[in-house]
Design a protein around this ligand. Sequence first.
Ligand code: MV4
Length: 454
Amino acid sequence: MTNNLKLFKKILIANRGEIAVRIIRACKELGIKTVSVYSDIEKDSLHVRLADESVCIGPANPTQSYLNIPAILSAAEITDSDAIHPGYGFLSENYHFAEACMTSGITFIGPTPENIRLGGDKAKARQIMRRKGVPVVPGSDGPVATEEMAMKAAKKTGFPIILKASAGGGGRGMRIVREEKDLEQAFYIAQREALTAFGNNELYAEEYIPEMRHIEVQIIADNKGNIIHLGERDCSIQRKHQKLIEESPSPVSTTEKFRKRIGDLGVKAARAIKYRNVGTVEFIVSPDGNIYFMEINTRVQVEHPVTEAVTGIDIIKEQIKLAAGLPLEFKQSQIRPSGHAIECRINAEDSDRFIPSPGKINFLFLPGGPGVRIDTAIYNGYVIPSQYDSLIAKLIVHGKDRSEAIVRMRRALDEFIIDGVKTTLPFHKKVFDHPDFIKGEFNTTFIEKINGSQ
Ligand code: MV4
């Protein structure tokens, strides 16, 4: 086994489920030893079986285990781990955790604590982007501390506006305000919701863009300031701010000009904040084709495999090498995306109402064949716990073009068998037969339209 001397000897993975398995696979291919951490109820989990060592870090409740900073740092110290990979969710966007790793002499595999802090302060990030010439949706310059400030911003842009929580993101804690008379009440409700959800009531205001598309750019950067992008992903198929289907390239980015424009804007946004390691710049694309910065996510994302499929780059392996201080191995001109990739998130949820459906898997058959990838940590007999996210598998297909990817996804969805729990497989089958999806004509209102408002 080769192991570049500059790389880490042992990495602790501070996560669970499919992403922990994904990270272990990358470590194995790099010749790096792995340590899994797990909660009381997860000793039979795949991430525990596949790692070289594992440490129990507490009870099932995530606040006492996967979010327990002292327990995780102790696990890293007793196993003599050089670095920690946080995955997504849990502590991945907690700058206190990134700082605590540094203080303990452990490399946090991710961006700088400063990058993470700014990514978590949406009003500030928006303000910085605006000042650095990255287009943002018309609206407030930074936070709106008072209802009067929100009204001033609204008078400039016109109604409707959307109030968003500075500490929010991913859509939680948002309020659409249709007309002037609704602003006062909406402002106080949004403040209260933000305080309850995030412990911070700060808001900012944007003009409301109806029928927007959510398109994001994968960023990859080294510690020397080299920053490039790996193309875009269209994540417009969402329900209650949960992405369900992601693809690359975006069906709207059929023109090379658009692809280059959004990719370059992603890099410009990352440069503006001296971004390091991997991250994602999310944009709103309006029906008239305007591109606006929305937020920056300072972690590896659930949907990273679609970018891996079209670029041929293993984002997790690159992330680890970059965290070890190695320089970027490619220039922008060497990134040549090929074909089309689509990911379906398979959740253990009722397919119509999206209510969690934990329980035992009685029978499992995973699809395969050309151009099919599955990232999962489930197996026959596995009991899906109720305490964690309901994502149980990611089905990723790659084809020479979007039509081949769609046919391949239908074929793979038909092969997929999960007995024992309800899943979102029937939902996905419905989408892949929908004429508007097939035409690539959809936006963030697609699911409400096909499922009826709920
Ligand atoms: C918006 C928007 C319209 N205009 N921002 C942000 C996170 C993403 N999950 C949804 N977000 C939106 N941001 C501006 N300036 C519309 C959405 C949005 C939405 C907002 C409230 C309720 C449901 C929604 C469904 C899709 C998109």
